[in-house]
Design a protein around this ligand. Structure first.
Ligand code: SF4
Ligand code: SF4
Length: 387
């Protein structure tokens, strides 16, 4: 049986301030997905899973924009959905508290859109083609007819970019997320495979990407807002990520390379007003051996990682000594000394959770000296022999 290519729809939207324009842009990309959803969304219950990393100040770009979330909910209701709810499990605050901080709690309540944290976790019943069979995933999504994954386009210290597939990591229990970072975070390729497995298990039928204002540089928590002025959507999260990544300057995303190797990447076509390529300023790349396609014994990889993967670096002038980075570090490789975090680098797995959650942007990945030398050699080899 041959499948038609997934349609990845684009629309332009210059800002969040004109609600009518934002609403129209979201509806355009959603209309394509609703057409592809058997029976449409009339009478269906839809769960929205937005990226709600943290909301620390007005115009914070670590989350999907509040207006984007409200208008996405409204688009489903106007298309006839019988119920829409927002569920998420942010690492630090609760979902209702982030929604209140964003100032959209009463607007969502007036639309009868419930907001809640994921509470019920069970071992997933994954499809045959997953690699990790014991993932505990929030079960609430099974109470709905469909999931809509709503991601923010941001750079990411570990995965380079976070788009729709990465956003689904939020369905993994908060306490387990640290465990998964510990279990597979040492190998970025395994981590990418785990993200793919979550996507295969949850299979969001609707996917929206907020790239009106993206985050570049020290993402996903403390990067710089940068306008890209578009919204993308598709019925397949992988197709959406594969279509968008090159437009943001990433032709070779590890997650997508693994998806391709595993035969998971569906054919897709772009439709609508596709933006021109406009690269984001990326964080320091983790390093050539992070793909771990290099056949080395595990002990050697473990030792080498101290030298060939960007290490977390503190800017003491930005640090306020809150200790959140210490709390979020999976292998407890951080401790506070005289009010500032101190890294135990040999024990650090380079997951960058500390960088992701630091509210002051005081930590960033920094290339090591051997890494710079190796990348020079790598670039030389690439220019001689191609990719
Ligand atoms: S580095 Fe960031 S998270 Fe850690 S103590 Fe300083 S301000 Fe807090
Ligand atoms: S110090 Fe930071 S990068 Fe290293 S393991 Fe801890 S959270 Fe991850």
């Amino acid at each position: 049986m041959t499948h038609s290519p997934v349609r990845v729809a684009y629309s332009r939207c210059a800002s969040y301030s004109d609600r009518n324009l934002l609403r129209d842009a979201i509806r355009q990309v959603l209309a394509v997905q609703i057409e592809d959803f058997p029976g449409g969304v009339s009478g269906k219950k839809i769960m929205l899973k937005p990226n709600l990393l943290a909301w620390r100040h007005e115009e914070d770009v670590a989350c999907v924009h509040p207006a984007f979330l409200v208008e996405s909910a409204r688009a489903f209701l106007d298309a006839g959905a019988s119920g829409v709810a927002v569920l998420e499990n942010p690492a630090v605050q609760s979902a209702p508290s982030i929604i209140r901080s964003m100032g959209i709690a009463s607007e969502l309540a007036s639309m009868n859109v419930a907001v809640a944290n994921f509470e019920r976790y069970e071992k997933a019943a994954p499809p045959e083609n997953v690699r990790f069979r014991n993932l505990e995933i929030a079960r609430e999504y099974q109470d709905f007819d469909a999931v809509c994954d709503i991601a923010k386009a941001k750079t990411h210290g570990m995965m380079t970019l976070t788009l729709c597939v990465k956003n689904l990591f939020g369905l993994v229990k908060g306490s387990e997320r640290m465990g998964w970072h510990l279990a597979v975070g040492r190998d970025f390729s395994m981590f990418a495979d785990m993200l793919l497995d979550i996507c295969l298990t949850v299979r969001p039928r609707f996917n929206l990407l907020d790239a009106v204002v993206c985050m570049e540089g020290n993402g996903p928590g403390s990067g710089t807002p940068v306008k890209r002025g578009f919204i993308a959507g598709a019925s397949d999260a992988l197709a959406l990520d594969a279509s968008v990544a090159p437009l943001l300057g990433v032709e070779d995303l590890l997650l997508l390379r693994n998806a391709e190797k595993r035969g998971l990447l569906p054919p897709f076509v772009n439709t609508g007003d596709v933006p021109e390529r406009n690269p984001l300023l990326l964080p320091d790349p983790p390093g050539m051996l992070t793909e771990w396609g290099v056949p080395l014994p595990p002990f050697l990889k473990g030792w080498l990682r101290n030298y060939v993967i960007s290490r977390p670096l503190l800017d003491p002038s930005k640090c306020v000594g809150c200790g959140l980075c210490v709390k979020m570090c999976p292998p407890q490789s951080l401790r506070l000394k005289e009010g500032k975090p101190v890294f135990d680098l040999p024990n650090c797995i380079r997951c960058y959770c500390c960088q992701e959650h630091c509210p002051k942007g005081a930590i960033r990945p920094k290339k090591t000296v051997p890494m710079r030398c190796m990348e020079g050699i790598e670039n030389g080899i690439r220019s001689l022999f191609g990719k």
